[in-house]
Structures are given as C-alpha cells and as structure tokens.
Unconditional design. Structure first.
Length: 209
C-alpha cells in the first residue's frame, strides 16, 4: 500500500459478467461485419472474450474498433443462416427417460438449455431461425447424450466437460464468411456424451454407401 498522504489504494479491475462478455462479442461481430476484423482476428478475439476475467480485458479487445451500430438482416445471404432479432424462441429442450427431436423450421432463443436424463435429444439447427447474432446453447447430459447439428457458414465455439463419458466435436476447418452469426455451445456430460457436427445428417442411403 502506498504511504503517499491522501492517496487512495489502487482498486482491482472489476470482474466481467456474462452480459459483459456477450456485449463484447456483439461489438466484435460488428467489427467483422464492417471489415475491421478478419475472420481469424474475429475468432481469436471471441475466444479471448469468453476467457476474459475482468472488464479491462474485454475493453482491450474492442479498443481499436468503431462503435457504429450493426445491422443484422432477417436473412443472411452470405451465410445462409436466418437471424431475426426479437423476443421468443425455444429456451429449454428436456428429455427424461426418452428422446426429443428439434429440427426443421424452429426459432432458437438467445440462450437455450438442452437437458437429458437417461435419454437424449437430436438438435438440428440447419433450418432454425436464430433470435440473436450470438446464441448460447448449454447441453447437459446425465446417463445420456445429445446429437447437435450446426449449419455451415456460421461461427461455432465449443467448450466441454465430461465425467465418466466423453464428447465428440467435429466441425471442419472451413472458415465462415465475415459477419456470420455465432453459436457458443457448452457441453457438460456425466456418464454419457454428446456429439457436435457441422452440416446436415446424411440420409440412410448415403450412410449405406
């Protein structure tokens, strides 16, 4: 502590909240959409944003970006993924002693939790409508697991934890177009496991070949 008379002690940086991280990622998306960030720079900074512990760390990630408002159209021709910001959307998918399928045309809330107990869910996002350019999906599996299908042309970041089980993630290396929406997936599996794949599930005929 400083002995300088009248000087207040230095205070630690404020801790970052989930809302702070989400706001930072939205600013990064605006930077990528406007061309201020390359795809590689965007992905690197998004990873850093989710790992940040303080607000100061988050502020450094966007310090060199302008704050022009982003305009997210209802249909994104560049990525083929539909984003229509607003209220509504599925926030819970629950499967107990059975299964649950979500596919085709359905609306996903900004935060969605998939809970499976002695069962599993098939979550197909290829034709889904996103209600936010940043979607957070938490997949919790106990004695079960889920299959998650994400579309091409979208940023996908996965973090996972498995106890007496395992998760399998295969997304490929093809980068999405600049300004594409982002899906953050958290996998938590206990005595089970989940899979994350990009693209549509092959038909039975294709799987036989």
């Amino acid at each position: 502590m400083s002995d300088t008379p009248g000087r207040l002690p230095d205070l630690p940086d404020l801790r970052a909240s989930d809302a702070d991280r989400k706001q930072t990622v939205e600013l990064l998306q605006r930077g990528a959409q406007s061309g201020q960030l390359t795809v590689d720079e965007f992905e690197e900074r998004v990873h850093s944003a989710f790992a940040a512990r303080t607000r100061a760390e988050l502020q450094r990630l966007t310090a060199d970006l302008s704050e022009e408002p982003a305009r997210f159209p209802a249909a994104r021709a560049d990525s083929g993924v539909t984003v229509r910001e607003g209220q509504g959307g599925t926030s819970w998918v629950v499967a107990v002693l059975g299964g649950h399928d979500k596919n085709g045309r359905w609306r996903v809330g900004p935060k969605c939790t998939v809970f499976s107990l002695l069962g599993g869910s098939n979550i197909d996002l290829n034709d889904a409508e996103l209600s936010s350019p940043l979607t957070e999906i938490t997949v919790f599996s106990l004695l079960g697991g889920s299959d998650i299908r994400v579309p091409n042309g979208i940023n996908v970041h996965v973090s996972d934890f498995a106890l007496l089980g395992g998760n399998d993630v295969k997304l490929g290396d093809e980068p999405p177009p600049p300004g594409a929406p982002t899906i953050q997936i958290r996998l938590v599996s206990i005595m089970g496991g989940s899979e994350v794949r990009r693209g549509r599930k092959p038909s039975k005929e294709k799987r036989r070949r």
